[in-house]
Design a protein around this ligand. Sequence first.
Ligand code: FPP
Length: 257
Amino acid sequence: MKISSNGNGPTVLSKVPRHVAVVMDGNGRWAKKRFLPRVEGHRAGVKSVRMIVEESRRLGIRYLTLFAFSTENWQRPRDEVSSLMKLFAQYLESELELMLKNDIRLRAVGDLSRLPKEVQHSLQKNFDRTKDMQGMDLVLAVSYGGRDELVHAARRIAEKARSGELDPDSISEATITEHLYAPDVPDPDVLIRTSDENRISNFLLWQLAYSEIVVTPVLWPDFSKEEYTRCLQEFSGRTRRFGLTDEQLAQGAAAAK
Ligand code: FPP
């Protein structure tokens, strides 16, 4: 059992997820409500990124994956794309020391070759500097698409089959997993999506097969520590069956004792 505080006294989380994945949605609507340009919503969203990284680390969550920019987002207005790229580069520069101090390893998944050179360099610098950190892996999904990741994996598997390195009959679920962008990262236990949208939006299509989905109406820039705790409590209260019956789960739990 893990104890955390939400500012109103201690909060009990009966289960701390190993891997939390987040679709950070609603920046545009947050800005629109305030008659501000969309980029101001993204800028305000960086504060929530900072909060969730620190709080996840504090709670002992081992992997945190944030959907920062999708393959589809490249089609947004040029100004918005370039502002987002600048925000990513600034974030990487400003957070490096905090990552080192908090024992956080930075990683990224996606087609990074499409990113501006400046962002690629900042990412590489942070990967190199944080590679030995072991407290938490912060995985940024940038220029990421779940279908794109599966196409990428399929191509690499096909190349190995063509060269004779791999027998097509031996291809299993594990083979697909091994060819994903971050094969060692376990599947998310929980997917949190803000701004009341009930969609996966091409995020981690393979990995989310058995993840619990928690949707909150809060827009990403307003996503607070308290709301994060509430989402994790909602996850804690769920029974995960992985396709089994309640009876089978109870038998499994008894056998494990
Ligand atoms: C979705 O909201 C959000 C994005 C496409 C960008 C997410 C970026 C950030 C939270 C800021 C910086 C991130 C890092 C990692 C430093 P939306 O624009 O689709 O919102 P809407 O649906 O209300 O229009």
